[in-house]
Design a protein around this ligand. Structure first.
Ligand SMILES: [Zn+2]
Ligand SMILES: [Zn+2]
Ligand SMILES: [Zn+2]
Ligand SMILES: [Zn+2]
Length: 592
């Protein structure tokens, strides 16, 4: 068995450990061990994934107006999706001969600049949907990103198999829900955080299988609980009558009280894991041997990854659905196998350094190919030529590596350098998961995009909006509403927004006030309720009969009796955070 090794990350210069089973994986898929730590690897990939910084352009083939992630001033050719998948062009037209006098990454970037790209990443159809990116099989969805198999979902991210949902983040199978975060199978619920199988509830944290509950935490199988107190049906309904959900000011107060309660009084399990074996990370369901990973569902043998569904043997990757053997990649599409240092693909096999390629096999350093095999830099080779040439190129990448502005060296086994990305740091999901200020980003050598001067003619400020949804007239859909942040935040604020008819109907039906923030600011507001993609080693905060800070008094005697709980764990809660974090055993003694 290989010994674990301590290395210094080329990027952040911090120590990191390559564990013995990591070496097993690298050997199995035949890649060198990484020279960057897992977090730096994740950031480097994310800088290539722009989901929501969208621009108006024209399709460079048919002239139709499109919305795309590529800025108009880039010299890239961008096609609408129907043109891109049509027979009117062929990626082979851009073929390049391998040049042994130039580093591989320089040659690849030249190709990447020339080949036409699709407007948004939608490998599978999304009928009647607009402004959806990294999306597949959605029907009638709007302004949503990283979404799979939904219907009537708006302004959401990382939502799957859901219906009639708005402003959600990381939910599976929810219906008629508003502002649910990390939720599963909820129905007619608003403002839930980490709740599952709940019906007709509002403002719940960490609740399972509840109906008719309000502003409560850590509930299991309950009904008619109001602020963590059990009532009769009549009492509950009477108390709920006093809550004016349709009012923006009432809702803002409730939200504040809810967040305070979560911070100060709720018990937090060290990690959210359901039906999972031998896993570390957070928000993992029905999985096995998934380590140091986040937002994982039905996956096995994965590590250093996030947003996985039905994934097998996936290391250091993001956004993987129904794929196997994926390393240092994101969005390989579906049914992809053996996918390395690549992104935005679909139904492919044995792909290396070849983003934006669909239904292809045995590619190295290609861009934008469909139904091809044995290509290098988009040039067609015979099987024999390809198999002879690839090892030579790997050697060449090591003998003549790419060096970036900061002196970081990219040999074979490194993902594309961030400085070759067409996107600025704050246009990508790197800013969502690992937020930086402009100064920090520039200091770390990243591009930064200053907010554009928007010329929106704002016709209503947030103060102009009626406090209550019942007073909102139908002509609100004609207004251009100024965002309360007016571009002063660091959250891709669009400064103004509109209400669409389906959305207005949803607010009226659900008795929700109009939003005061633009969709991006609302998204970042929700992101702040999630923990970072990072693990800290910590100790259980159960001091014996109460929590360390005294705020929670245990209701039963724990296995450790009056002594402090000895258990330690990996958690996404940073040590300086105020929440009470319990190990699995102590938590299960209290929350039943
Ligand atoms: Zn690092
Ligand atoms: Zn905004
Ligand atoms: Zn404990
Ligand atoms: Zn305990």
């Amino acid at each position: 068995m290989p010994q674990p090794e301590i290395k210094i990350c080329q990027n952040c210069k911090q120590q990191f450990i390559i564990e013995s089973d990591d070496f097993d994986f690298y050997k199995k898929v035949n890649v060198p061990a990484p020279t960057w730590c897992p977090e730096c690897l994740m950031v480097r990939k994310m800088i290539w994934r722009n989901e929501r910084a969208l621009y108006k352009r024209e399709c460079d083939l048919c002239g139709k107006s499109i919305i795309t992630v590529y800025k108009p001033d880039l010299d890239n050719r961008v096609y609408c999706h129907p043109c891109w998948i049509s027979d009117k062009w062929n990626g082979e037209e851009y073929a390049q001969e391998y040049d042994w006098d130039t580093p591989f990454f320089v040659q690849w970037r030249k190709l990447f600049g020339k080949v036409p790209k699709f407007d948004l990443f939608t490998p599978r159809d999304n009928p009647d949907s607009a402004f959806v990116n990294y999306a597949g099989w959605n029907k009638n969805c709007y302004l949503s990103y990283s979404v799979v198999r939904n219907e009537n979902v708006m302004y959401s991210r990382a939502v799957d198999d859901s219906k009639d949902a708005l402003d959600c983040l990381y939910t599976i199978g929810v219906e008629l829900c508003y502002a649910n975060i990390e939720g599963e199978n909820n129905y007619n619920c608003k403002y839930l955080l980490r709740a599952g199988n709940c019906v007709d509830c509002a403002f719940l944290f960490d609740c399972i299988n509840c109906k008719d509950c309000f502003l409560s935490t850590n509930l299991r199988n309950k009904r008619y609980v109001f602020e963590n107190v059990q009532y009769t049906r009549d009492e509950y309904l009477k108390k709920l009558e006093g809550i004016d959900f349709g009012s923006a000011s009432t809702t803002a107060d409730l939200r504040e009280r809810f967040l305070q309660k979560i911070r100060e009084r709720a018990l937090h399990k060290f990690a959210q894991m359901v039906k999972s074996v031998n896993c570390t990370g957070h928000f993992i369901g029905s999985s096995k041997n998934v380590r140091n990973s986040f937002d994982v569902y039905r996956s096995e043998d994965c590590k250093y990854s996030a947003r996985l569904i039905d994934a097998r043997d996936v290391f250091s990757s993001y956004g993987v659905l129904k794929c196997e053997r994926v390393y240092e990649s994101f969005a390989p599409g579906v049914q992809t196998y053996n996918y390395f240092f690549s992104f935005c693909g679909d139904a492919s096999r044995n792909v290396f350094y070849s983003p934006l390629c669909y239904s292809s096999f045995n590619l190295f350093g290609c861009v934008g190919l469909r139904n091809k095999q044995y290509c290098i830099l988009n040039k067609q080779y015979s099987k024999q030529e390809y198999e002879k040439l690839v090892p030579k190129i790997v050697q060449h990448m090591n003998a003549m590596p790419y060096k970036d502005k900061k002196g970081r060296v990219y040999t074979y086994g490194e993902f594309f350098p961030a400085e070759l990305s067409p996107f600025a740091y704050n246009e990508t999901i790197a800013q969502e998961y690992f937020p930086l200020t402009k100064e920090q980003a520039i200091e770390q050598g990243y591009e930064w995009k200053d907010p554009e001067r928007k010329e929106y003619k704002v016709t209503a400020t947030p103060e102009d909006l009626p406090d209550h949804i019942k007073d909102v007239k139908d002509d609100i859909i004609k207004q251009i509403i100024g965002c309360a942040h007016s571009g002063k935040c660091n959250e891709q604020c669009t400064t103004a927004f509109k209400i669409i008819p389906d959305e207005l109907q949803f607010y009226k039906k659900m008795n929700l006030p109009l939003p005061r923030l633009c969709p991006n600011c609302r998204h970042y507001q929700r992101l702040r309720q999630r923990n970072p993609l990072r693990l800290w080693h910590r100790k259980c905060q159960c001091a014996g009969e109460k929590s360390d800070n005294g705020a929670h008094k245990n209701t039963v005697s724990h296995f450790h009796k009056k002594e402090h709980c000895p258990n330690e764990f990996e958690t996404t809660y940073a040590p300086e955070r105020k929440e009470i974090i319990y190990c699995k055993k102590c938590y299960q003694s209290e929350v039943v």
